[in-house]
Design a protein around this ligand. Structure first.
Ligand code: SAM
Length: 349
């Protein structure tokens, strides 16, 4: 390992901050040896705050109807082959009840930007979840909405909001999205969510088309300065019916390497080992946890719709990705010396 690499890692450990050039050096130095070096430090720092506990969140995919046309996404508006669905209020509440009985204390309502889910409708759903399951957290992941909407949903009881920034480089953002979507608005939404009081998550795909070490360095710098409570990163995986259908998938190795770096940037961050990681590698979840992640988000959506929320080809939704198989998940975590925690799992400040 080069002395320069070690010096930069030490600087990150001591000051939790690097300039973009230094982040680029870390990214360009990724190899088995540097990964082991960084991962060991990431695990140690996570252990001091969270021990070996792994938080679980029940993911409920409430709608795959979307008004947007993100070039990478299988549920984009123009994918005429996608079989559309949306869950009713009753179905969402049933998912929560099932999740509650399985031990989940956080429900993540995720979906495409479906205009059917107005503020009134969402406030009603959030209110019901909070009154029936008052010791649970509600996380929303419903894309870009107005300030007033974010405020109303927060007042109704939503605790957290996940909105991946997708890339912190404006020109890269513009190559991943159509011209009616804007980088500025994405970032504005993230800052608004934070100022309203949500615990906020950003994130990006690893290996998205046109990504390079410069754009990744910008992502890491953004995470450092934005200071999110959560950060979701997972490999890009192509979906055959999108403009990026022939693009190569991202790397599990680089995703894990970046998880370790992000843990070093913000030791208390909530970092999921994502479904995309498990989709590309049957041990992806375990690899993510062993790189510094501390959250997993199994699927609580009704079985009948799980295959339809197909963001990318082959998306995992069975085995330990399924919330019903939480025991399997517990066993797989125990095998790697970790334990599943059934609590709300807020960020430790
Ligand atoms: N509509 C909401 C939003 O925009 O935040 C939430 C749903 S969106 C489908 C959730 C995330 O899926 C996106 O932020 C994106 O990073 C990820 N995603 C979409 N297509 C993907 C693909 N082909 N490979 C990996 N991840 C993908």
């Amino acid at each position: 390992m080069k002395a320069e690499f070690i010096a930069v890692v030490n600087k990150l450990e001591e000051g939790r901050s690097l300039d973009k050039k230094e982040y680029r050096l870390l990214i360009e130095s990724a190899c088995d040896e540097t990964f082991d070096f960084i991962r060991e430090k990431a695990i140690k720092v996570r252990g001091k705050i969270y021990g070996r506990g792994v938080y679980i969140r029940g993911l409920i995919e409430i709608s795959n109807i979307c008004k947007n046309n993100c070039l990478y996404c299988g549920i984009r508006k123009d994918n005429g082959l996608c079989q559309r669905y949306r869950l009713s209020d009753e179905e969402i509440l049933l998912c929560c009840k099932e999740g509650y009985d399985l031990g989940f204390r956080t429900f993540v309502l995720q979906g495409g930007e479906d205009p059917f889910f107005t503020d009134d409708r969402l406030c009603g759903i959030i209110g019901q979840i909070k009154s029936r399951f008052s010791n649970c957290a509600v996380t929303l992941s419903l894309g870009e909405r107005s300030t007033e909407s974010y405020e109303r949903l927060f007042k109704a009881g939503a605790d957290r909001y996940l909105l991946r920034h997708e890339t912190a480089d404006k020109s890269h953002y513009e190559r991943l999205h159509p011209s009616d979507m804007s980088f500025e608005n994405r970032i504005k939404c993230l800052y608004e969510l934070k100022s309203i009081g949500y615990q906020v998550g950003c994130g990006f795909m690893v290996g998205s088309p046109y990504q390079n070490s410069d754009t990744l360095a910008a992502d890491l710098k953004f995470i450092e300065t934005f200071e999110p409570d959560m950060c979701g990163i997972g490999p890009f995986i192509p979906h055959r019916d999108t403009p990026f259908g022939e693009m190569p998938a991202g790397s599990v190795f680089l995703t894990c390497y970046l998880l370790s770096i992000i843990r070093l940037i913000k030791p208390n961050i909530l970092l999921p080992a994502t479904t995309a990681l498990s989709t590309l590698d049957k041990n992806g979840r375990e690899k993510g946890i062993l790189s510094g992640a501390n959250v997993v988000m199994p699927n609580l959506s009704p079985e009948s719709v799980r295959g339809k929320y197909e963001l990318y080809n082959g998306k995992a939704h069975s085995g330990a990705e399924s919330a019903q198989l939480v025991k399997e998940l517990c066993r797989s975590m125990e095998k790697i010396g970790h334990s599943v925690l059934t609590e709300r799992g807020d960020i430790k400040k």
